[in-house]
Write a protein that binds this ligand. Structure first.
Ligand code: PXG
Length: 447
């Protein structure tokens, strides 16, 4: 039987929606009542019917400079007309070198080599592979174990789901990578509910790494990967001193420390990288999303120069790392990246995020007395409101909150029983007030 003829785009006929299998989406629910976006500018989206939506989540944690910013749009247009693509292997184009240099210049000292890919998931896979290969190159080939953390999200590649700690992302997919362990997560309603910024309790949870080392021996462990602030599982800020402790333990035992900064890099916490906010320098940093403000897919890994240098051996014609993607350093992504970094710099957007963070903090914590709220957390321009689950219907209440916001013209994000906000760094005070005002109204009416 032949496939049905494609129907006109935009026709919200159920068959017009059938072919696209949507990612991380309740497909049947969506296709019964679609939520479409047609246009975006600055802090807003517009639906095909012309309804304006205030974007409280920077798309999906990515449009940090706001939507469809002119200098970025023009850079992409110019680049598409000038050099659409250049082979990524054994060839280069100037913008990839320029962007790598720009990112290195913003990074913590010592992290100054950049490997490009196209997403956060690829960045994580790249970092894990570099860690394993580096350990082998330095004569520590028995270090093959990788350690992640419960409630971690590192994308959806087999590497990322193996070190990740979200059961729904793992349970359907077999054995994944062998030799992976997990640190405990740091979320505690009992100890840390309604913390403002980094919570006081929990630094000692980093010491669990010592237990894993005692169990396996340091000589078997290549790397530890954590998000400095866990985003996807609902804005879990690192307990004060926790990241420092992880750094001390990994350094002591020759274990690499990877910060997955796919969400936290490029201003979310008021700095280029969370490593700078926390004064803790890992051995590698993964990034994506904000590097192009979400306009063109791009990811990458920042690597300590001596880790990179360990690969630079053998005859000069030898390829040093058998890894890469057709679209590593894609010209359109590089053009978008450079224009985006210019915007961050010229408009002082990281400083702006720092200045607006207390406004968001006060606004979200004002929801404390609203119905169903059992925790509120915030850091930089990220915040989470955790709701008490509806008895017998897990996740339903937060989903209803998400839908209620959408109906009232606000885009938020549901993460389990949690509603998250992560506005672009250009957000105005009045827009933050509108976000929390809408949430207050929605919470009042929630069953
Ligand atoms: N690492 C981290 C820390 C992430 O947050 C990825 C890797 C994977 O990136 P890609 O580009 O492969 O999707 C992510 C992605 C949410 C949400 O609602 C979070 C992500 C993506 C989509 C939604 O929290 N994070």
């Amino acid at each position: 039987m032949s496939n049905p003829a494609p129907l006109e785009a935009g026709a919200l006929h159920p068959e017009a929606l059938a072919s696209y299998w949507m990612p991380f989406t309740a497909n049947r629910q969506f296709k019964a009542a679609p939520r479409m976006m047609a246009r975006a500018e600055g802090m807003h989206y517009w639906t095909p019917e012309g309804r304006r939506i205030l974007d409280g989540f920077s798309g999906l944690w990515c449009c940090n400079a706001g939507h469809s910013r002119k200098p970025v749009v023009e850079a992409i247009q110019r680049q598409a007309a000038t050099l659409d693509y250049a082979p990524a292997f054994q060839m280069g184009h100037p913008l990839a070198f320029e962007l790598a240099g720009r990112i290195a210049a913003m990074a913590p000292a010592g992290l100054n080599r950049v490997f490009f890919c196209n997403s956060g998931s690829e960045a994580v896979d790249t970092a894990l592979k570099v860690a394993l290969a580096y350990q082998r190159l330095r004569g520590e080939g028995s270090r093959t174990r990788l350690i992640g953390r419960e409630r971690g999200y590192h994308g959806v590649g087999f590497g990322g789901i193996s070190v990740g700690g979200m059961v729904a992302n793992r349970k359907m997919f077999g054995a994944m990578l062998a030799g992976v362990d997990h640190l405990p997560h740091t979320h505690s309603l009992e100890k840390n509910a309604f913390s403002r910024g980094e919570p006081e309790w929990g630094a000692h949870l980093a010491d669990e790494l010592e237990r894993l080392i005692a169990l396996h021996d340091a000589s078997t462990i290549a790397a530890v990967i954590v998000e400095p602030m866990a985003g996807s599982t609902g804005v879990l800020l690192p307990p004060r001193g926790y990241l420092q402790r992880l750094r001390e333990i990994t350094a002591k035992h020759g274990i690499l420390l990877i910060f997955d900064e796919v969400i936290t890099a490029f201003g979310r916490l008021g700095h280029a990288f969370a490593a700078q906010r926390y004064g803790v320098t890992p051995d590698m940093i993964t990034f994506a999303k904000g590097v192009t403000s979400g306009t063109v897919p791009m990811g990458g890994v920042l690597v300590r120069s001596d880790i990179h240098d360990a690969f630079m051996r053998g005859p000069p014609w030898a390829i040093e790392l058998f890894h890469g993607y057709t679209y590593s350093g894609h010209p359109l992504a590089c053009a978008a990246g450079i224009a985006t970094l210019d915007l961050y710099r010229d408009e002082g957007l990281f400083e702006r995020a720092r200045a607006m963070a207390p406004v968001l903090e006060d606004a979200v914590h004002s929801l404390r007395a609203s119905p169903h709220v059992i925790d509120i957390r915030n850091g930089g321009l990220a915040a989470a409101i955790e709701l008490e689950p509806r008895p017998g219907a897990p996740l339903a209440r937060a989903f209803d909150a998400y839908l209620g916001c959408w109906e009232r013209g606000l885009l938020v994000r549901q993460a389990g029983e949690i509603v998250c906000l992560a506005p672009a760094l250009i957000v105005e005070e009045s827009q933050i007030a509108k976000m929390t005002g809408t949430l207050r109204e929605v919470l009042l009416q929630l069953a």
